[in-house]
Design a protein around this ligand. Structure first.
Ligand code: NAI
Length: 340
């Protein structure tokens, strides 16, 4: 079977890590025709605006995209292309699996959790305006519909993947209406899943417990901004942004991208860790039904991390993006060696 998948290389380290992920995916033999499109700074420079219609059309048509990070200017400048993309494609689920890897020494062992973040509303939607000079108002929009649909997705995911507990994260004691509605909506959905344990936890208490004993968590479910922060925190628990993958999923399209950004501090130096995007590509392979190839990619990464000889700078090594990419390709298990 031949697949057509949209490829957004992004900017900063984006082109380096997407090239690496594509090479590793291609080494599995899955037949993919990549449709490359622009977004962000590169699209602006090409005179196409930040998020060209052709880019959106390609994703809508192919239904699947692999995406490198895209820079958002701080303060002034254009609005986040990442947020725009999620809104335009209505990819309301952000799914970020976070796990410990053998051979990668961190403060905690046995972390294996999934962060579900509502992707379309909340404070993070960036609806803010100046009321009068010196006074800015930011809107936190929470709707029952959007809260219920992310909750439904998280509960269904837990059911199908055999996860047992969902922690619903909130600050409803203070944001009684907005976080209160999110919490109530999750409770409503939870009632349909009596076989899944549900706990409710204020975001500040979660932060403390994640740092102390992250192994106790299974699935975390929260609104947009909390999810953004908690995902990065969780990345730190298992070795950093260079190894945590992600996906933005809607009813019709899915965009697979790492948690990390465009890392301008190391862009163009051949130092970026391609593992996070490659693991996102493995999630993409599983999403399109190529489960053996997905397991092979993850297996190759596990072997390289366990051996510990080839590591990029963020993981304490000296290897280049190119070297670790080749090491992963060389370590890919054979199809009969993996459990898909
Ligand atoms: P960042 O994730 O780009 O970098 C934070 C730190 O982690 C830097 O020191 C960087 O060198 C390091 N790092 C990140 N990914 C790495 C990798 N694969 N290998 C080795 N080291 C890595 O976060 P930052 O600096 O806050 O954001 C930079 C830009 O990226 C901003 O414009 C931001 O808006 C954008 N961004 C885009 C995202 C996306 O496209 N989904 C997500 C997050 C940020």
């Amino acid at each position: 079977m031949k697949y057509t998948i949209t490829l957004l290389a992004g900017d900063g380290i984006g082109p380096e890590v997407t090239e690496a992920a594509v090479r590793i995916v291609e080494a599995t033999g899955v037949d993919i025709a990549w449709e490359s499109h622009l977004a962000g700074v590169d699209a602006v420079e090409a005179g196409l605006g930040t998020l060209p219609e052709a880019t959106l059309d390609s994703i809508r048509q192919n239904r699947v995209a692999l995406k490198g990070p895209i820079t958002t200017p701080v303060g002034k400048g254009f609005r986040s292309v990442n947020v725009g993309l999620r809104k335009a494609l209505n990819t309301y689920v952000s799914l970020r699996p976070v796990r410990s890897w053998d051979g990668l020494k961190t403060r905690h062992d046995g972390v294996d959790l999934v962060v579900f973040r509502e992707n379309t509303e909340g404070l993070y939607a960036g609806r803010e305006h100046t009321v009068v000079p010196g006074v800015v108002e930011a809107l936190k929009i929470i709707t029952a519909d959007a809260s219920r649909r992310i909750a439904r997705y998280a509960f269904e995911y837990a059911r199908w993947t055999g996860r047992r507990k969902i922690t619903v994260v909130h600050k409803a004691a203070v944001m009684k209406l907005s976080d209160g509605l999110f919490l109530d909506s999750c409770r409503e959905v939870a009632a349909d899943y009596p076989f899944i344990e549900v706990e409710e936890m204020p975001i500040d208490r979660l932060a403390m417990k994640l740092v102390l004993a992250p192994e106790q968590f299974d699935v975390l479910l929260m609104e947009n901004l909390y999810g953004d922060i908690v995902s990065d925190l969780c990345s730190g628990l298992v070795g950093g942004l260079g190894i945590v993958p992600g996906a933005n999923i809607g009813d019709t399209c899915a965009v697979f991208e790492a948690v990390h950004g465009s890392a301008p501090d190391i862009a163009g130096q051949g130092k970026a860790n391609p593992i996070a995007l490659t693991l996102s590509a493995a999630m993409m392979l599983r999403h399109i039904g190529e489960r053996v190839a997905a397991a092979r990619v993850e297996g190759g990464i596990a072997r390289v991390l366990t051996k510990g000889e080839v590591r990029t700078g963020d993981l304490g090594g000296k290897a280049s993006t190119h070297e670790i990419t080749q090491a992963i390709i060389d370590a890919l298990p054979a199809p009969e060696e993996v459990r898909a």
